[in-house]
Design a protein around this ligand. Structure first.
Ligand SMILES: [Zn+2]
Length: 158
């Protein structure tokens, strides 16, 4: 173990030691954070360790804001009852927007697909989010009616 500059004593482990939780000794909180970060997509053990130590050194306000923003998406975010996009208000801003072309509906697989399309600033219609892929050959289909209350066979949302 060695000390890191900044007056804060932080244990520094090798990559192999970081993976083995037994080397954390009494640093259960750090170990838990590393394990939780490691569950995120694209975050391996080394990145999880780097982020955990960064957060330990960061101002408390920054850590609180991160924790609150994570809680917020779990507590406030829901699905729009019209298009099934993620939103904090139902119906979502796109469905509420009278300037959108209501004669066009773009069916997308995931909510993040809307962000990519909106970023182009070319499409101005409405959306319908399936929350999964359609694959008729695998029996994953969709039932579309005349209303916007469509359901995806892969993952039914209501
Ligand atoms: Zn909507």
């Amino acid at each position: 173990m060695k000390e890191v500059t900044g007056g804060l004593k932080i244990p520094v482990f090798s990559k192999e030691q970081a993976i083995e939780s037994r080397y954390y000794g009494g640093a259960d909180a750090i170990n838990r954070l590393i394990q939780e970060l490691n569950k995120l997509p694209g975050i391996g053990p080394k990145s999880a360790q780097r982020i955990a130590y960064y957060l330990m050194r960061a101002p408390q306000e920054q850590a609180i804001q991160l924790a609150e923003s994570i809680l917020s998406i779990k507590q406030k975010i829901k699905l729009c009852s019209t298009c099934f996009n993620v939103t904090d208000a139902d119906p979502c801003a796109i469905c509420r927007n009278d300037q959108r072309n209501r004669t066009q509906v773009c069916v997308v697989e995931q909510p993040q697909d809307i962000l990519a399309i909106e970023h182009t600033n070319v499409y101005h219609g409405l959306y319908h989010v399936l929350h999964g892929a359609i694959s008729p050959t695998e029996g994953i289909g969709t039932t579309m009616s005349g209303s916007r209350n469509w359901r995806c066979g892969y993952k039914t949302v209501s």
